[in-house]
Design a protein around this ligand. Sequence first.
Ligand code: HEC
Ligand code: HEC
Length: 313
Amino acid sequence: MCPGDCANFANVHDTRCARLSGACLEGKHETMTRKLRIAITLAFGALVLFTAASAFAQGSHIGDLTGNAKKGKDYYRRYCIGCHGVNGDGQGENAPYLDPKPRDFTLGTFKCRSTPTGSIPLDVDLFQTIKRGIDTTAMPAWSPLTDQQRADFVAYIKTFSSRFKDEKPDAPIAISPETPNTADSVKRGEVLYQETLKCVQCHGATGAGDGPAASTLRDNKDYPIVPYNFAERTRFKCGNTNEDLYRIFMTGLDGTPMPSFADYLKPDQAWDLVHYLRTLQLNYKPKHGTSDEQAAKRKPALRPPYDLANSRD
Ligand code: HEC
Ligand code: HEC
């Protein structure tokens, strides 16, 4: 006999019911076929709804906000078109004068993500980029906009690439709690940077972005690209906290030679690397050990002479 809670055949998620359903069907054939029909109709309805939802995949969802692609399009034409172009291909009228070039949205490849390398970003990743701007580039921090407008931009940007219709983003990189920032941790990080993982090849021994491979690097559009200069800069393109820094080398900056090291680092080692990288940032002053918002606003006290020539700030 069917247990009470299994009598309702629609309760298909209960594996016990699935196992018992044969017995149930025998005893209650009439009701079951009717309930089966209802279940099938419901499942079909859900499928139709799901298909309809993916046809409108150009929406965006960031917390409680739902972005509207049509509104995003109107705003895009006002604020973004001059750089990213009418077709979202990065060929706006200002593009020839910019270095680095505005993103080509048709490729669906983004630098600042919480998702692993190769994955499309989450909506919230794009949202945060639009809110933050991209330090050291022409991409502004759109501060006067509302969060709703930013969500609408995200919805519209997603329509330029079919990747957002065809693919699902992978689960974000997990970030474990920060380990103590000790001299030993810094030392272990140094070994990872200088020897094991060869960051030094591109970023250079002192982190000034002048490693032996630095001058040969190009991005996915074949434009020359320079490694990050830790010695000079306090901020990153993809966020400024220690967690952001952790995320950057675990996800990689897709579309650039900056790879993901997620396959080579255990969480403790990733924190060791964060601690070491902070020591390379001569002008970095931690605020409560995590955010450098304050430090970023302060005028750098120390500025090695070799950085002045390369400065794009
Ligand atoms: C003055 C030029 C300019 C304008 C205007 C501009 N951008 Fe950008 N944007 C850039 C540049 C340059 C980059 C690439 C920076 C890089 O690759 O480091 C970029 C990159 C991006 C990225 C990619 C971030 C990533 O993770 O790869 C997004 C998203 C973006 N812009 C959204 C917008 C939106 C939305 C607007 C309008 C509200 C806008 N941009 C307006 C110059 C601009
Ligand atoms: C093959 C060359 C290469 C190697 C190896 C490399 N990087 Fe990078 N890295 C780059 C380039 C190029 C950029 C600049 C990307 C950009 O500006 O869009 C960069 C940028 C960065 C940034 C700044 C990202 C931001 O948001 O501004 C960090 C942090 C970083 N690298 C850390 C590391 C660490 C740590 C290692 C070693 C574990 C490493 N990199 C190895 C080429 C490399």
